[in-house]
Design a protein around this ligand. Structure first.
Ligand code: EPU
Length: 419
């Protein structure tokens, strides 16, 4: 099994490009199921989760053509199987995103019920309740969500509590082909929801309010294919910026969208980093020998993203001063804490808060990746640790960070993939 070997201590300097956003690519690929003609999706990141979504569509008989530039053309005219199998769903919970489109377009779907997850229980009750409110009949049988609807789904008022990103996306997609108007209240405001809505609008959907907490969708009879380019990955960009705040140096990230990173950028500025940005680029300059500790609480967008929490725990572990990091979105997203502690980090967990005392230096150690963002935090810790860090189970990283070791190497890090 591949591992990452990092010898810490090098500052990061140079330029890299941001990849396309995983959490935007996944719903957009699922939305191809709604179209009567092929959907072309560009700027797809080369990631295991994207491959899994393409494999899932392929397993239904959908025709997927991939170009060298990772532009994909998805044609659903050959679909013959409306089933998302457990073998794929268990490797990627975002497979639930096919439920809404399949029901709306083909009026039935069988989607394996995702099980537990390393970061929390992550139920899908809100997705199921919403489809029922839109007229679907849903039974849970043999570990599967079996859903069908007589005729079209019906527009409905859906109130999310708590706010759910993929829940909002599933309802938007289902509502596009439903009969009548759907109003989503307490909708997720994440930029990835806006990106999906923009793609659906290009396909002919009528959606208002994406990016706000009330989204209104007027169902249409049919949607066409379109050509759409996925937005840049704000979590990837945020992760590299945080790395530089820890290692020192100067890095410019091109093809980024800093507008969607304000909560992260404002925290990074408090560490002592200087951040300059334009519409599609962002640059960080870190001249301080160490970042200042930063306390934060995660929350749905536009609050500080839970997907950046682990990286800031790493930053705080070597920062000047003490801090608290509180996680409010997932109940168990602190698996990285014990691994950072193996590198000497002084972190105590009190309920959903990590209490962190910044120390002078982390020490390299063998550590294990437990989930995607936890893995990223271990990479950051390795970049500043004294000596060598080996990170095991990096298939988690490959789900969400495109060519991470190549990008970091280009910036001067001493990092390699070993087996
Ligand atoms: N929730 C329920 N019932 C539901 C759905 C969600 O109780 O039916 C709860 C969850 O358990 C959680 C909260 O609602 O406590 C929010 O979860 P949400 O549904 O928003 O998460 P998600 O849609 O499953 C997406 C991202 C995650 C990201 C979260 C929060 C995708 C494919 N995944 O997950 O990304 O952390 O939103 O922003 O978009 C990652 O990229 O590493 C990642 C985990």
């Amino acid at each position: 099994m591949d591992k990452l070997l990092i010898r810490g201590g090098a500052p990061l300097n140079g330029e890299i490009y941001a990849s396309g956003a995983k959490n935007s690519a996944l719903p957009i690929l699922a939305s191809s199921l709604l179209a009567d003609s092929p959907l072309k999706v560009g700027n797809l990141p080369h990631l295991n989760d994207v491959t899994t979504m393409l494999e899932l569509l392929g397993s239904m008989g959908v025709d997927v053509m991939l170009s060298d530039e990772m532009e994909v053309q998805v044609d659903t005219s050959s679909i013959h199987n409306l089933n998302a199998r457990y073998e794929l769903v268990k490797t990627m919970r975002a497979s639930i995103l096919v439920l809404g489109p399949l029901l709306a377009k083909f009026r039935q779907a069988t989607v394996a019920l995702p099980g537990g997850c390393a970061i929390g229980s992550r139920p899908v009750n809100l997705h199921i309740d919403a489809m029922r409110a839109m007229g679907a009949q849903i039974d849970i049988e043999d570990g599967n969500i079996k859903a069908k609807v007589n005729g079209r789904l019906k527009g409905a008022k859906i109130i999310f509590e708590p706010v759910s990103v993929t829940g909002t996306e599933n309802v938007i997609m289902a509502a596009c082909l439903a009969d009548g108007i759907t109003v989503i209240e307490n909708a997720a405001r994440e930029p990835e929801v806006i990106d999906l809505a923009n793609c659906l609008a290009a396909m002919g959907a009528k959606i208002k309010g994406a990016g706000t907490d009330v989204i209104t969708i007027e169902g249409v009879e049919s949607l066409d294919g379109a050509s759409f380019s996925v937005m840049p990955d704000r979590v990837e960009v945020g992760t590299y910026l945080t790395a530089v705040a820890m290692t020192g140096g100067r890095v410019k990230i091109k093809s980024a969208k800093p507008e969607y990173l304000s909560s992260v950028i404002s925290k990074l500025e408090l560490t002592g980093a200087v951040i300059i940005s334009g519409e599609d680029w962002v640059e960080i300059v870190m001249n301080e020998s160490k970042p200042k500790a930063i306390s934060l609480t995660t929350g749905p967008y536009p609050s500080f993203p839970t997907d950046m929490q682990a990286q800031f725990v790493s930053l705080n572990a070597i920062a000047q001063g003490n801090s608290t990091v509180t996680e409010t979105v997932f109940e168990n997203r602190f698996m990285h804490v014990q691994e950072i502690a193996r590198m000497g980090g002084n972190i105590i967990l009190k309920g959903n808060t990590a209490v962190i005392e910044g120390i002078k230096k982390l020490k390299g150690a063998p550590v294990m990746a437990t989930d995607l963002r936890a893995s990223a935090s271990l990479v950051l810790a390795g970049l500043v640790a004294e000596g060598a860090t080996t990170i095991d189970r990096i298939y988690h990283i490959d789900r969400g960070y495109e060519r991470i070791e190549e990008k970091l190497k280009m910036l001067g890090a001493d990092i390699e993939r070993i087996s």
